[in-house]
Design a protein around this ligand. Structure first.
Ligand SMILES: [Zn+2]
Length: 257
């Protein structure tokens, strides 16, 4: 937060102080990526199992700037007919843009939600067709199918009105064998730097505390608008956006200044 101005730092400190008490009993501190999630596939994590537990891993493909006071918001596992709409409403209220990493099967079920996301000015990201968390172990043909069918589902939903530029691998940072396919498809890998593990439903106060406590210029924040009950994420999002606004952050797409 070294780039923050004095007033922004103070305001963020106040926001953090206000929520700290509420978060104390809500499992704060479970930020480390874990590969041992036991939740059902419909509520699975995007926590990195690809060696990210050391905390010092470089993560060059997040695309975030380290210069400007910017942050990238990402929402995974949608589209969802209820939670995606609630997220869109909050983003609009805070004049924020985000990247939505969508599952192909869900895009075919709710194409109208995909359309709403794009119409609101947000960007799409390919998150495989079936949220395949074993993607790294698949054949190249299977990986291509997971990515290709999602691409077709998103294209069909929006009528080709937007270009899908990013890919996020379910459950992990993008792995080398998947990256090779991305290069052919002209997709960019999209990882993350801030993971409040909202999918595990730790309480909205914990989600807020983790995000505002860890955010720094260039952060890529991982949240979920699908894959289960996301009411805690929605409840946290208003406070997160209020805190980021107060700290002077601008919302950008990956790689944008
Ligand atoms: Zn996911």
């Amino acid at each position: 937060m070294n780039n923050l101005s004095w007033p922004a730092t103070i305001i963020l400190g106040i926001v953090l102080g206000l929520i700290a008490g509420a978060a104390e009993n809500a499992g704060v501190g479970q930020n480390e990526p874990s590969a041992s999630a036991s939740e059902s596939p419909s509520a699975t994590p995007d926590s990195g199992s690809g060696g990210g537990s050391g905390g010092g891993e470089t993560n060059p493909d997040t695309g975030g700037s380290t210069e400007a006071n910017t942050v990238t918001l990402t929402f995974d596992d949608g589209p969802h007919p209820v939670y995606t709409q609630q997220v869109l409403k909050l983003l609009e209220e805070h004049d924020a843009i985000a990247v939505f990493c969508m599952v192909g099967q869900r895009a075919r079920e709710h194409p109208e939600v995909v359309r709403q996301v794009v119409d609101a000015g947000h960007a799409l990201c390919n998150h495989t067709d079936s949220h395949d968390e074993q993607l790294s172990g698949r054949t190249r043909e299977q990986i291509e199918r997971q990515i290709g069918e999602t691409d077709e589902a998103l294209d069909a939903a929006v009528g080709g009105d937007t270009e899908v530029r990013w890919f996020r691998q379910p459950g992990t940072y993008v792995q080398p064998q998947v990256r090779a396919v991305l290069d052919d498809d002209e997709l960019e890998p999209l990882d993350w730097t801030v993971d409040p593990r909202d999918w595990s439903r730790p309480g909205s106060a914990s989600i807020v505390q983790d995000v505002l406590g860890q955010v720094e210029p260039g952060s890529v924040i991982l949240l979920h608008d699908g894959g289960g009950d996301r009411s805690q994420t929605v409840a946290a999002l208003d406070q997160i956006l209020t805190g980021l606004d107060a700290a002077g952050y601008r919302y950008v797409l990956p790689g944008d200044p």
